[in-house]
Design a protein around this ligand. Structure first.
Ligand SMILES: [Zn+2]
Length: 263
């Protein structure tokens, strides 16, 4: 088989610093950052419904060929999904209104696997972000910040992943995420395009006031939640492509997120 030459010109906004560049896809590994949707998909404990795939047809037709089609229904906020700014801001952008350069952006990965392993209620601090920048360089404006806690190894075990699996009760959740001061720094000072995380929320599990969601939403910064495979990404140099279903008026939605990683 001939080597496929995949050359795709992606025009990215000038904020990404990649305007006009041609991306040769044969030089990249494509990493899947999404969990699948199915019966074991995790939802917030208070969610009143879950992912449902209802067969409308599956089998031979009178004409002799096979035909399958399903209907699907799902809460916006479960599985690997987008939080649109509207989720926590009345005037925030809805799913369909988010500029594409916030969904296709250079990524930086902040690894707190060790800290989270020692404290499942760990929250990323401002100091930790500054230390990250000292070691790895400043986080450029327009970056998608991905916080790697190692939590996707627990997926889809609700008790291990969320800290509690009592249906209808979100009061005993426990998992790591961003802290308020770190979120303020990333969103307000660094101009992050998006905040991503491999846990269920950009606020830590014990949060009752969702301050990180509110800080991000106030600046129209979306969240990518329940990501996976962040351990396959280098700290920088990748492009994340996180495209949700384009739900008009949506507060979020299922997200197929991938990363282009230089070989
Ligand atoms: Zn959400």
């Amino acid at each position: 088989m001939k080597t496929r030459l995949l050359v795709v010109a992606l025009t990215l906004a000038s904020a990404t610093g990649l305007a006009g560049q041609t991306i040769d896809l044969s030089r990249y590994r494509i990493v899947d950052l999404s969990h699948g949707y199915g019966p074991s998909t995790l939802y917030w404990p208070t969610s009143t419904s879950r992912f449902a795939l209802t067969p409308d047809a599956s089998g031979p037709t009178p004409g002799g060929w096979f035909y399958a089609a399903n209907s699907l229904s799902t809460p916006e906020h479960g599985g690997t999904h987008l939080d649109a700014p509207r989720h926590f801001s009345e005037k925030g952008r809805t799913t369909d209104q988010i500029p594409l350069d916030q969904l296709v952006a250079p990524a930086v990965v902040i690894d707190v696997t060790k800290e989270a392993a020692g404290d499942r209620n760990y929250r990323l601090t401002r100091e930790a972000v500054l230390a990250f920048e000292k070691a790895n360089g400043a986080i450029a404006r327009g970056s998608a910040v991905l916080l790697r806690t190692g939590w996707s190894r627990h997926w889809p075990n609700a008790k291990a992943y969320l800290g509690d699996d009592t249906p209808g009760d979100a009061s005993k959740l426990s998992f790591p995420s961003y802290g308020l001061d770190a979120a303020r720094l990333l969103v307000e000072e660094r101009g992050a395009a998006a905040l991503g995380i491999d846990t269920a929320s950009i606020d830590y599990g014990r949060s009752t006031d969702f301050q990180v969601h509110r800080v991000a939403a106030a600046r129209n910064v979306p969240g990518f939640e329940n990501l996976t495979n962040l351990d396959q990404l280098p700290i920088r140099g990748t492009v994340v492509i996180a495209l949700p279903m384009k739900i008009e008026g949506g507060s979020g939605g299922p997200l197929r997120a991938i990363a282009l990683v230089p070989r």
